[in-house]
Design a protein around this ligand. Structure first.
Ligand code: ATP
Length: 262
């Protein structure tokens, strides 16, 4: 599989599969994500998004198939993978009793940043993410939207090559989601590849490209514009519904119509 160990793409998976007992959570997923892309994995609850991200971060072994992140094999070189990625999980861990800045100092220490490096990167990111006025506040006292910004800041302190965000904006309002996404774009412009999962359809529209996942499989992968044009539908949400209906053989039915009987 030497030919797949390529640095030309930030993330490559080939038939990546993960089963739990007889249940296949991720089923032969093959995707390429070029450097600098904001790539989205869109799917309903249970589609297999988190399981895919955990394999890509070297946290969960695949049952079969292969994956590389920044050219490193996620199984054989999982420690190298961990050194070049940032990961913001659904349950990101901030320390409530530490201030915004102390949380950043803590994560800077974990990533092995030298004091000078940390000071300059921390200042730069707090400015970019609008956290400077909140630097002395305890994490537990800031609103959820700011906590998510702080978690993003922590995950990107060490300038990761690939940033994995697992449903980063769950539970925040559309305005906060939008401003969070502007920040994600700024990070991508600085050269970070962003791999993000979501089940918010508006967020899916912000990605450069999108893989739509359903029951462990990627059922379509393209830019939001290309997906909408291919299906002649005005929104990614409608494309998503069409694709899911197809999987169930319901493509001719419409909400409210009688479903075919078995
Ligand atoms: P959500 O949006 O709810 O986070 P998801 O798309 O991220 O969903 P996963 O968390 O990857 O989905 O889960 C995919 C499927 O695999 C689900 O049916 C889940 O119950 C199952 N699953 C995940 N982890 C395990 C596990 N450790 N043991 C058994 N089943 C699991």
């Amino acid at each position: 599989m030497k030919e797949h160990v390529s640095e030309s793409v930030a993330v490559r998976t080939v038939d990546l599969t993960r089963s739990f007992g007889s249940f296949v959570a991720v089923d032969r997923v093959s995707i390429d994500v070029p450097h600098g892309e904001v790539f989205g994995l869109l799917g309903a609850n249970g589609a297999g998004k988190t399981t895919t991200i955990r394999m890509l971060c070297g946290l969960l072994a695949p049952s079969s198939g292969h994956a590389w992140v920044a050219g490193f094999d996620v199984v054989r070189e999982s420690e190298r993978v961990k050194s070049v990625i940032g990961y913001m999980s659904q349950r990101f861990s901030l320390y409530d009793d530490l201030t915004v800045e102390e949380n950043l100092d803590f994560y800077g220490g974990i990533y092995g940043l030298h004091r000078r490096q940390l000071r300059s990167r921390k200042g730069e990111l707090m400015e970019l993410l609008g956290l400077t006025p909140h630097r002395a506040k305890l994490a537990r006292t800031i609103p959820l939207g700011w906590k998510q910004r702080l978690a993003l800041c922590c995950a990107t302190l060490h300038r990761p090559k690939v940033l994995f965000l697992d449903e980063p904006t769950a539970g925040v309002d559309p305005i906060s989601r939008r401003s969070f996404w502007n920040l994600v774009y700024e990070l991508a412009e600085q050269g970070t590849t962003v791999f993000v999962t979501t089940h918010y359809m508006d967020e899916a529209e912000y990605c450069n490209r999108l893989a739509i996942m359903h029951e462990g499989r990627v059922v379509a992968c393209d830019s939001p514009a290309a997906l909408k044009s291919r299906f002649a539908l005005p929104t990614v949400e409608e494309v998503f519904v069409r694709l899911v209906e197809r999987q169930f053989g319901l493509s001719n039915s419409r909400p409210g119509e009688d479903q075919p009987r078995a």
